[in-house]
Design a protein around this ligand. Structure first.
Ligand SMILES: NC(=O)c1ccc[n+]([C@@H]2O[C@H](COP(=O)([O-])OP(=O)(O)OC[C@H]3O[C@@H](n4cnc5c(N)ncnc54)[C@H](O)[C@@H]3O)[C@@H](O)[C@H]2O)c1
Length: 244
């Protein structure tokens, strides 16, 4: 049986990388999926590839107005929303001493404020649906330090997941965070970073980076009713990196 049949799901940052992998698996598992991203061309093309149970809506996740449009479009096209995956994010590999206030505010807006906006915007629709599951994509840097700004926002996503889980539990809405380690997506693996990623893999207990689809399996579990008693929790998928 399809594990997401009857579910309407929104996935942000779904034009490429992990968001795209989640969208593909969700459609395969019977969900109707709204893919959103800033990258309209890639997002549209990918949603078309996924077929009639997928649509693309252009969205900047930092815009409250865009969130209202995404929820309204989802309801109009497929009905009340059951699942939100807050996946869109950026990275910024900078030392704190070199980071400007403008850069800092940008990463906070995209990685952190967006998650607040998404959870707030989707709650009413999930109440109409009768229940819901929100999956917030943090990082292993929501548990241990990495780059400044990125680490700050990913710790915040972990914290706001717990606070929101308490607020939304009475409405039957669950909220959990996912903490990936190093995943082979365009964010991490580029021509000029390939060698460094390979070198870093030696320090991962499983001795390799993960494919996006491996994270999708965990996100699918959290989106589905199989995780019915999990809320306010963190789910780590890092090949053992943070266990050492
Ligand atoms: N790749 C990794 O190793 C890794 C590890 C831990 C956590 N993560 C997190 O997983 C999530 C997905 O990462 P990925 O590796 O697939 O990245 P990616 O760069 O491949 O994809 C991110 C997508 O988000 C979109 N996006 C960026 N800013 C946006 C905005 N303001 N509004 C809407 N869309 C926007 C981009 O256009 C892109 O399509 C991110 O939150 C990232 O921080 C990634």
């Amino acid at each position: 049986m399809s594990r997401l049949s009857g579910k309407v799901a929104i996935i942000t940052g779904a034009a490429q990388g992990m968001g795209a992998a989640h969208a593909k698996l969700f459609v395969e598992q019977g969900a109707k999926v709204i893919l959103t991203d800033l990258n309209e061309e890639k997002g549209h093309a990918f949603a078309t590839e996924l077929g009639e149970n997928a649509i693309f809506v252009k969205q900047n996740v930092t815009s409250e107005e865009d969130w209202a449009t995404v929820i309204a479009t989802a309801e109009e096209k497929f009905g009340p929303v059951n699942v939100l995956v807050n996946n869109a994010g950026i990275t910024m590999a900078k030392n704190m001493l070199d980071m400007t206030l403008e850069e800092y505010r940008r990463i906070v807006d995209i990685n952190q404020v967006s998650v607040f906006l998404g959870m707030k915007a989707v709650a009413a629709s999930m109440m109409k649906a009768g229940s819901g599951s929100i999956v917030n994509i943090s990082s292993m840097n929501g548990l241990v330090a990495g780059a400044v700004g990125y680490t700050d926002t990913k710790f915040a996503v972990r914290g706001m997941t717990k606070a929101a889980a308490i607020n939304l539990a009475p409405m039957g809405i669950r909220v959990n965070s996912v903490h990936p380690g190093v995943i082979a997506t365009p964010m991490v693996v580029q021509e000029d970073t390939k060698a460094a990623v390979e070198e870093f893999s030696k320090h991962i207990p499983l001795k390799r980076v993960a494919q996006p689809e491996e994270v999708s399996n965990m996100v699918l579990f959290l989106a589905s009713d199989e995780s019915s008693y999990s809320t306010g929790s963190e789910f780590i998928i890092d090949g053992g990196l943070t266990a050492q």
